[in-house]
Design a binder for this molecule. Structure first.
Ligand code: CA
Length: 289
């Protein structure tokens, strides 16, 4: 049986997401592949109760943080993208203002980094349209013109922060973290699973309260599995949640991240089970002694 599920609210929709509730693993995997190829995001559940729980808890929402960079300087844009990806964010890069306005209306972004000087409409006009369309995600404005007038203008239009070029990448990364932390302040930031705790705002993991070193992609994979404990998650849907647009991420790469996670987590009794030809399941944590 396939349950179609529209994302909870248009503002949080990434792409149409379909929940497949099917306990035949082979059939479910075939469905997931077909739907993914047709452009849908797919979540698989093997048990009815778990599917209901997933819907109630809003687990159909993509857990990874997504940032839109609007910058027509290709070198700067891709440099920013790499830095932010290395911090664990999914990143989309666009060079034109109109394109960015349309993307934000269509998809969910947790933060927008917006250059002022763009080839079509300028960044201020983009900002005006975003706020006019009731888009409330944080916006960090970048400009070559460091004048008080520009700064005031941007803030008046609803920018949350302002950075003049040239800037240091670590400063940009720190501002991004601060903006996201501020906008997420209301939500419960910690996911706990036995001895493992994830601080979803600071993006830090702890095992028995000691900091656990995870690479950005390992973090993202773990976050997806943790949002669906005791449920089978297909490789396809892990790729969907972890990769950004135009990013080639193979099923083999996911296997590598999972095996690294296992090496770090299994000593603490946290198990990621392989469901052959299908995906993975983070098992319920049970004290062994
Ligand atoms: Ca520019």
């Amino acid at each position: 049986m396939i349950a179609r599920h529209a994302a909870p609210a248009p503002a949080t929709a990434r792409m149409p997401r379909i929940l497949v509730v099917e306990d035949d693993a082979l059939l479910a995997d075939g469905l997931a592949r077909g739907l993914a190829q047709a452009g849908f995001a797919v979540t698989l559940c093997a048990r009815g109760e778990l599917a209901l729980a997933a819907l109630r808890r809003g687990a159909m929402m993509d857990p990874s943080m997504r940032i839109l960079i609007v910058e027509d300087d290709a070198t700067l844009g891709s440099g920013l993208g790499r830095i932010l990806q290395s911090e664990g964010y999914a990143v989309d890069l666009m060079a034109r203002g109109e394109q960015a306005v349309q993307a934000v209306q269509r998809e969910r972004f947790d933060l927008v980094i917006l250059d002022v000087g763009l080839p079509d409409i300028d960044g201020f006009e983009v900002l005006r349209r975003l706020r006019g369309g009731a888009q409330r995600m944080p916006v960090l404005v970048l400009t070559a013109r460091d004048t008080i007038d520009d700064r005031v203008h941007g803030l008046d239009l609803g920018a949350d922060d302002y950075l003049a070029k040239p800037f240091a990448m670590p400063e940009l990364a720190a501002r991004v973290r601060a903006l996201i932390r501020r906008s997420q302040a209301q939500s419960g930031p910690r996911i706990v699973h036995g001895p493992l705790a994830l601080d979803t705002v600071a993006r830090r993991a702890f095992l028995h309260e000691a900091p656990l070193d995870l690479a950005a992609r390992e973090w993202a994979v773990l976050e997806v599995l943790l949002a669906r404990v005791e449920r089978v998650v297909s490789k396809e849907s892990i790729i969907q949640a972890v990769a950004s647009w135009g990013d080639e991420l193979s099923a083999n790469a996911i296997e590598v991240y999972v095996s690294r996670l296992r090496a770090k987590l299994e000593p603490a009794g946290i198990r990621i089970r392989t469901v052959r030809g299908f995906g993975y399941m983070l098992e319920e944590f049970r004290e062994t002694h």
